[in-house]
Design a protein around this ligand. Structure first.
Ligand SMILES: *Cc1c(COP(=O)(O)O)cnc(C)c1O
Length: 429
């Protein structure tokens, strides 16, 4: 499979090169040259397939010959070694829990898949790659964990000082080995801008091979399409039309869901649920794309002012505003509404949702479900990742799982960075 740049000013590249480069030389995101739908029998018999088989059949075309079948199946077996349950919390409304991985964030799957692909591509040579990643919260921990100890890869994580939760910070600053955390004086968009600038800085790129582990990287982005297939497998027997609500920040997860739909997955509608960082919501109202600096919220992994994957979503809908509007809605909710929803879900269903999941729930409420529909909101992080907000809002104590407790007792190591020049100096040293 070849990938082209959405800026259309760079040569096409195979999967391995798209993964190693991250972003095309013209700064465009890579996009698969074609998307072939899967057979109808795949969807008819999906209940009989295990998760690794589903994932293998779905992802193989995007990789092609570059990773042989046996190795690809090994990678997937390793990556998908936990559950992805749909938990029904109301009639015809469920939550797809994506937090059963090692860092309890949905990004574990993408990060682990990308790390293992890079490990495979690096298997023969000693060429060093530096993964440079900006995080608004959960990406950092998942990437740090996924890449820990991967040969030939150094990971540098940029996170906004004081804007991630204590647990998130511990997860990305305590691992050591090939993982370094940089604490940036700024907001997430500053971190993301610095990463993008570094990719284009030939002083750096002529000195070391940089790549990204944000969802701009195809190996981080595409495996997220598995979630939507796993959800379908579980609710298919209900015979309803499925509506997905995806808590969205950089819009990588929901964009992968739309790829799953292109593969033939029956999805009635997609809802992108956001916090007050509402660039896409305003776009759908006005057809004007007007990014704004991100604002801090209690669902901080979605504090993104200029979602990098939205351009891929437009491409998936043929850059046609009316097709997009018919298949896709976006709604924005503030922290007050989010907390109220957390309270309502807890009271009504005795279910503890984290702020991101609660935003997803609100999206389904706002859309309104017909009796023929089944709504699924994605629960993208375990409530313990947002402990203070969850405990204060619901007036409960959340039990801290052992893998989180272990991290909390470790010592934080980070390097403060105040400007792009300081980042550059760090990368060149
Ligand atoms: C990253 C993240 C999101 C947003 O996902 P995108 O793919 O960037 O839209 C939502 N919730 C949590 C907990 C996250 O970590």
């Amino acid at each position: 499979m070849q990938y082209y740049s959405l800026h259309k000013d760079s040569p096409k590249v195979p999967f391995s090169e798209a993964v190693i480069k991250g972003l095309a030389p013209d700064r465009g995101l890579y996009f698969p040259e074609s998307i072939q739908s899967l057979s109808t029998s795949f969807f008819e018999n999906i209940e009989e397939l295990d998760n690794v088989e589903i994932a293998f059949q779905a992802i193989q075309q995007f990789i092609g010959e570059e990773i042989p079948e046996v190795e690809l199946r090994d990678i997937l077996t390793d990556v998908l070694s936990f559950d992805f349950p749909v938990v029904e919390i109301e009639d015809n409304l469920g939550t797809l829990e994506l937090f059963h991985g090692p860092t309890m964030a949905f990004k574990d799957v993408g990060a682990r898949f990308m790390a293992r692909c890079m490990g495979y591509f690096n298997r023969a040579n000693e060429n060093h790659v530096t993964v440079l990643v900006a995080t608004s919260g959960d990406t950092g921990g998942a990437v740090a964990n996924g890449f820990l100890g991967v040969k030939g890869v150094d990971v540098v994580i940029l996170y906004p000082k004081g804007k991630v939760s204590e647990i998130q910070e511990k997860q990305l600053t305590t691992l050591g080995q090939n993982i370094t955390a940089l604490e940036i004086d700024g907001v997430f968009d500053d971190c993301q801008d610095m990463v993008k600038t570094a990719f284009l800085d030939t002083d750096i790129t002529s000195y070391k091979q940089l790549t990204s582990a944000n969802s701009i990287n195809v190996a981080r982005w595409l495996p997220q399409l598995f979630y939507f297939l796993f959800a379908y497998k579980q609710v298919k027997s209900k015979g309803k039309d499925i509506v997905f609500s995806v808590p969205s920040g950089n819009f990588g997860n929901i964009c992968a869901g739309i790829v799953a739909q292109k593969l033939g997955l029956p999805v009635k509608h997609f809802i992108a649920s956001t916090n007050v960082n509402d660039t896409v919501v305003r776009y759908l109202e006005t057809s004007e794309y007007d990014p704004k600096p991100s604002k801090a919220t209690i669902s901080n992994a979605m504090d993104v002012g200029n979602p990098s994957n939205f351009i891929r979503i437009q491409q998936l809908f043929d850059n046609d505003f009316s097709i997009l509007k018919n298949n896709f809605s976006a709604y924005s909710f503030d922290d007050q509404q989010t907390k109220k929803a957390m309270g309502k879900i807890y009271k009504k269903s005795n279910y503890v949702a984290d702020p991101h999941g609660a935003v997803g729930y609100l999206g389904l409420q706002k859309q309104g479900l017909k009796s023929t529909e089944y709504g699924i909101f994605l629960e993208t992080a375990h409530p313990v990742k947002f402990l203070d907000v969850v405990e204060d809002t619901l007036n409960i104590k959340v039990e801290i799982p052992s893998q989180i407790q272990k991290v909390m007792n470790k010592e934080k190591h980070s390097i403060p960075i105040k400007s792009y020049e300081a980042l550059k100096e760090f990368l060149l040293q």
